[in-house]
Structure formats: structure tokens, C-alpha cells
Design a protein around this ligand. Sequence first.
Ligand code: BGC
Length: 767
Amino acid sequence: MKKATTLLYIAAFCTGVAQAQPKPAVTAQQSKMNTFISQLMAKMTVDEKIGQLNLVTGGEAKTGEAVSNGVESKIAQGQVGGIFSLTTPGRVRQAQQIAVTKSRLKIPLIFGQDVIHGYKTTFPIPLALAASWDLPLIEKTARVAATEASADGINWTFSPMVDVSRDARWGRVSEGSGEDTYLGSQIAKVMVRGYQGDDLTENNTIMSCVKHFALYGAAESGRDYNTTDMSLDRMYNDYLPPYKAAVDAGAGSVMASFNDINGVPATANKWLLTDVLRKQWGFKGFVTSDYTGVSELIEHGLGDLQQVSARSLKAGMEMDMVSEGYLTTLKKSLQDGKVTIADINNACRLILEAKYKLGLFDDPYKYCSEERAKKEILTPEHLKFARDVAGQTFVLLKNGGNILPLKKSGTVAVIGPLANTKANMPGTWSVNADLSNTMSLIEGLKNVVGNKANILYSVGSNLTADATLQKNATMFGRDIPRDNRPEEDIIKEAVATAQKADVVVAALGESSEMSGESSSRTDIEVPEVQRRLLEALLKTGKPVVLVLFTGRPLAIKWESENVPAILNVWFGGTQAANAIGDVLFGDVNPSGKLAMTFPQNVGQVPLYYSHKNTGRPLAQGAWFTKFRSNYLDVSNDPLYPFGFGLSYTTFSYGDVKLSSNSLRPGQSITAKVTVTNTGKTEGKEVVQLYTRDLVGSSTRPVKELKGFQKISLKPGESKEVTFTISENDLKFYNEALKYVAEPGDFKVFIGPNSRDVKESQFTLVNK
Ligand code: BGC
């Protein structure tokens, strides 16, 4: 077995994908940098070089178990290369000052932070941003985040997180762009561009760190930090492309993931970090471990701290986050002959290069301006943008009887454990969120309707029936206090409130910390205690709108069958409450589309649209057929497919028209469709293009997203949407890991989601 895997890896080196990148010519700028760094390194002792590889936490945000000690004295002794989780110009300046005045060689520090979906102005969680399918908008969120973070002392962000994931149990699906390789790759590119801009030496651009390399989203059982075991077919075709897209876009750094990959954890995986990342992809930046990723190799069972540190360095992992394994053992490993001075030099050089590229050697305090921090953070423009963005990410899953949009009149009862909290709004990984401009849902709705409608409130239920679960799910001060009255009393009060209203808005779902890191769940339904509240509210006979907060696809079959309207609002950031009000009351027409499939139940997971056909596929729309690939108890269909989302208007799609039924290498064809707004409201629609390779040398997915366009249509208006398809769009990594398009028949599908499509067909011919 081991032998077979090794052979495949060897194959990976010998084929098209694996060929070493040709060496690009050295520019004058690079040669200046190389000379500067060579001169600096000539003065450095081995200890000082190892010091550059040490990344410590400043501890302002708690993002892991271990803490870094004696940081100031270590900086003075040249034992620190960078700090993360330390912010504000004052504190950053203080640490930088120690580095550039007290350490022997005065090498500046790099300052990192998890700037994941905005900074103090927080945008919706990444899974929600992906649901906007709006690349310029997403790029601008990264640009704004970089502006604010750099004004506050930060020059390096641990973003974008591009882990493809198809398992809704995994809490970290909230941090990524969902299940799709193509959408994820497009988003990866624009995020890097948004952070880094065109010029990293500007004081408002920051270096990006693409993570978690690699395959972290495929952790077994959706349990965080768990093992990944994956075929090369799936790796190269589905999971690796978004990381590559970020690298191709120029991401300055990469973070190795926590997980084991086919027997070797990413942190120590030479094949991954050197052969794939550097040799095949030509990555020129540096790799950092994740939080204590190096010392965790001891628990993985790879040896003691000295052994795992040496192995990680040799694998191609340059910076050691928090473990201090490099700091405390590499010198001994050098003496013992376990690593070479070339290994240490190479790692040190890459980190110094990053600092050089950021311009820190010219001005170590360039990100430390109180004036900029005052002027450029939480500006009215940023806040307005945050509200606009959030409104583009909500997904209307159901709108029975066109209950929505609500009228700005009468009485609205807002009920649920998530109605009266603002701390919950920004979502996971919003360590810098500033809540002074954030409202609870009740406040947001009041703000949107003014005195035109009356807003009532009742808590209705606890977040979960179990107090310990609620406590674990509301860490980091995102407290949703428990209501200790008996459940019947809480519900009774809510029902009485509902009875006074014309319509009920039920604010239910997950708290923000029920998704994110270390927040995997085996039960992905709305917690039962909230379900009981919903049942009671529905019994009142009042129209009920479910405003669903979530960081992952939830299994909401019951809600979907019983509640007339469902608006999925994720965690929408600083301006979430206003944006929810905008959409509920029709000032903004929802246009979000799911970037991840919603299953009928957790047993279907992992569930994704681009699956393989199998030898015994089930006919579309069928439930159970003996000897077919299906379940006895539930159909194979998702509850809501990838790409799905409704609008307050309706769109009709014409037939797919191809410019030709054959495509020749080097040429392209177009696929056109006419989309018409058949409703009464102006609206945006995401028109999606999928293909299927009908016969391949390897099995190919039943559908693959290859393009999308977001268009806006006035009532009655039609637009012809054109997609260009070329040979390149049809390429995949074959069994020998060659990136090829194989002649043969292809289907083309165009539609409003991955299920409800119109189709046509063409042939890729040899010549
Ligand atoms: C997470 C990373 C994060 C790092 C630093 C880790 O626990 O996995 O995503 O960037 O902490 O905060």
C-alpha cells in the first residue's frame, strides 16, 4: 500500500504537473534585495538566524491554547522574527522599537493577525461572502480590511482561508468559500489581490497568508484537526486548486495545516511543502506552521521536539508559530548533523525577504500611525459598505405566499435567543470587531422601519437546552445569557407576544461560536429547544419568517416543510442587523446563492453537487431503487442545492445556444442564454455555467462549475448572457496527473443553481 502511494508521488514529480518551474530572470529590484539580505545574513549568528524563524503571539486575541512567554526579552535578544495578535500603533511601535533599537542587528519584526473577514469594520463570514458570488465586492472587503489593519499596525494577515469543504459538520466551513473548487479559486485570487494590492511596500497593503495548506477541509468525520486521507485525483482536481490560485496571485506566505495527510502531517510533509508548493507551483514566499503545529507533531507520533522541528524545517516549513521548537532545538540539530546551515539560511532568507518586500527595513514603523488609525478605521464609508455587502450575502431559501418583503407598518414580533444580541453578529474569527457600530436584530429592525412599524420582542428560548453546550458555544465573550425560567414559561411569553403582532420574525439558529475553529457538530439541526419555540409560534397562526443565523449548512428539513419563509443570514458582520432589516423590509432584494449544499439530514454529509456518477447511479428525482447507489430512508437530493437562492422577483431562462457544436483546440465557442426578470421588482441574478465531461480516461464529476455572471434586471427586462468555453476550461488532472483536455462529448448546463439547469452539448475534437 505504502509502495503504491510512493509510486504515485514519484509519478507526480515526473509528469506535467510536477515539472520544476523554469527559473525566471532576476530583476534589478530582486538583485538589490538579494544583495541587501546577503550582506545582512553575513553578519548574523546561527542563533540570530534561528531567531528569525520564531513567531510568537502577542496574546491580545486568544486563538490557541499555548501562550508565548518573555516576549520582550526574546525580541531584544534577536530570538523573534514576528508577532501576531498584537495591535494598535502604540503597542506595535513599542515591540518594534525593542527589535530595532535593542537587538544586535536591529532587524524589524513582522506583525501578523487573523484579519479574516474585515478588521474593526467586520464583513460577513467568508462562507457568506462566497454566497454573494460577487468577486469585485469580495476583493473590496479584503482591500478595506487591509486598509484598516495596516492603519492599526498589522502588515500580515492569516487569510484567505481557501480550504474546500464538503462536510457541514466541520465548524470551519464558515471560514472558507464552501464546497466548490472553481468558485473557491476565483475568491482566493481576489482576496490576495485585495490584501496585497499591486505594491506591498505601500503602507496600506498587507501580506497575505493562504491557509490551511492543505486539505484541512477534508478532515475525517468533519472533526476539527482530524486526519485527511485522499486520492491524488481528488487532491489535484478538487482540493488543491484554490491554494494554487492564491499562490499564482502572488500570496506572500502559506500556512501549513494541522492535519495528517496520507500519513504525514502537513507541517512535516516534504512532498507537500517542497515538491508540490515550491517545485511544481514555483512558490517564492515563506511557509509558517499553524498555531503550535510543530510541537503537535509530537502528539501525531513523529518524535520528540528536536526531531519534529528538524523534520519540519527540512520539509520546507520556515516559520514556527508558538511552539518554539525551532528556537530551542535547531542549533542542536545543526550540531548533530540533523539539519544543515543551508536549511537554516534558506528559511531565514525567505523571512527576511518578506520583511524587505513589505518595506520594513526602510521604515520599521510605517504601519504605526495613530493618525491613520483614527482616520481610516470604521469610517462612515466602510460602515456603509459593510451594510451593502451583508445585504448581498443573505440567501432567501423559501418565500411561501410571498410573505417577504414585510410591510413597514403594523406590528412585528421579533422572537428568539438571537434577536437581542449584538456580540453574536460579527461571527467567528472577528477578533478585532468593534461593536460600537453594531446593533442587535431588534435595534436594526427598529432603525430600518423608524416609527412606521411597531417592533415587539421576546426571547422565546435558550440557545440550546443544555447549559454546558450553550456555554461552550458562546466563548470569547459572545455570551448569550441563559434564561433560567422553565421552558414553558419562556415559550408562553413568546406566544403572547406573537399574538399581539401581524407577523413573527423568529431569530434562530447557531450562535457565532457554534461554527468556526474547534466547533464541529454531529447534529447540524436547529437546536431542539429552538425548534419547540418555532412550533409554538407556528401554532399561533401568525405568518412566521425564520431569520436563520448559521456558519454552516444546517439540516433544516422540518423548518423547510413547516415555516413559510426562511432567510439565511449567516453572520453578517458589523452592520448585519441593518442589512437584515434592509432585506426583510424590501429596501434590498436578496440575491445570495449557496456556496455549499444544504443536506436533508446529517447522514447525507459529505454532500456536494460535483460528485461522481458511480456505476449504479440513481435516476434523477427518484428515491429508492434496489441495487442503486442510494439510501433506504432518504433520497439522494439535497434540501437546497449548491448555487440556490431566491429573490423577491422571478427570472426565466431561455434555451442554451451554442455558437458551434464542436470545439477545436486553441479555439473557443460561446454559450448564450437569455434571462428575463418576470416579476415586479428589480433584482440581481447569478447565472451559472456548468459542464460535464461525458467520457474521460478517469471518471469525471456529473457537473462542474466553469463560470458565472451576476446580472441586474429591471422588471420585464431581458439580457443575453454569454460565456466563452475554451479547451482550457475542460482540462483536468488525469491518472498520470497531467493537466489535459480529452477530446469527446461535453454537456453544458446553464441555470440559476446547480440543479435547475437547461442543457446543450458539444464535442471537443482533435484538430
Ligand atoms: C488557526 C489558524 C489561525 C492561527 C493563528 C490557529 O488555531 O488554525 O487559522 O490563523 O490559529 O491565530
